[in-house]
Design a protein around this ligand. Sequence first.
Ligand code: SF4
Length: 351
Amino acid sequence: MSQQSSNRPDGDLRNTGMSLKHDREWDYELDRIVEAVDERNAGTVGLQFPEGLKRRGPGVADDLRELLPDDVDVMISGQPCYGACDLDTFLMKRTDVFVHFGHSPMKESDKIIYVPLFSNVDVFPIVEQAIDEQLTTPEEDPDVGLVTTAQHMNKFEEMREYLEGLGYTVHTRRGDDRLTHEGQVLGCNYASAEVDADQILYVGGGKFHPLGLAMEHPEKHVVIADPVNNVVTVADNEQFMKQRYASVHKAMDADTWGVIFCTKIGQGRWEQAQEIVENNEDAYLITMDEITPDRLRNFGLDAYVNTGCPRITTDDGPQFHSPMLTPGEYKIAIGEKPLDSLEFDTFHGTW
Ligand code: SF4
């Protein structure tokens, strides 16, 4: 995501519950890191933190240095990081042990230690309020889907039991390979919500995930129980959808197109990008890691198609100087698909 504007929409990636609004203590699992350094006789350790926790990086490095032998070097990644799709492969290649904090594994690797950083916020008061205020009673409709983010995964079974204890039939699944856990959602993947229930209870901080969920599953009633900001709301995708239609309409006049292939390890959709440029002689494939308005401005093309993180398109899209579309929206803009086929762009699988 770009960090261009202080006036950001609800879908801001920094509102994922990882922000420091409540100054929570996290378990950085330093013992596990020290053990791995010892086992591998490592001389170098790389640390990567998500944006909301970068300011903790130096402190964690200090704590680790105290626990590790003096000749072990600890380095911190300064690359932007918004997901497990976003590993700092440069630092990873140059360190013996690479630690990725704050996200669950998108793909396991011996080289990487994932430290998920479970939230210690009590979810149950807000879950209880969400049930009272926004879910139907079990007598009216017992079926409910339950989803959450990696930060609250440690409470998932307890939440399920709680709902079942009230008489609900709780529907859950592990969406696909991109997800580590049953019931887990990502900003680009809501396959865990494809369950046989009209209402979905999302438990987690911020609106970023549930808004994506409401866009991907507009037929479902998505109730947000936010234990970080202590609020219950219902996800409403109307504003997002209006923005998407506006961008598609603007792009219909475009003569020249930039097709972005993202070089981040978990965000590449090469075939999709290739297919577009092969079929449009006024389209240019542009490779980049971080996709920001400033980086695109100098190309001066009429419109862009983003095959990288779909949330850059949907959440940051209005900040770009030319319309930015998802691959599906591009097909609508060039007349290959009808306007009513507009849907949320999702990512599946890993790399
Ligand atoms: S591609 Fe998916 S997991 Fe990666 S930053 Fe975007 S929404 Fe998050």
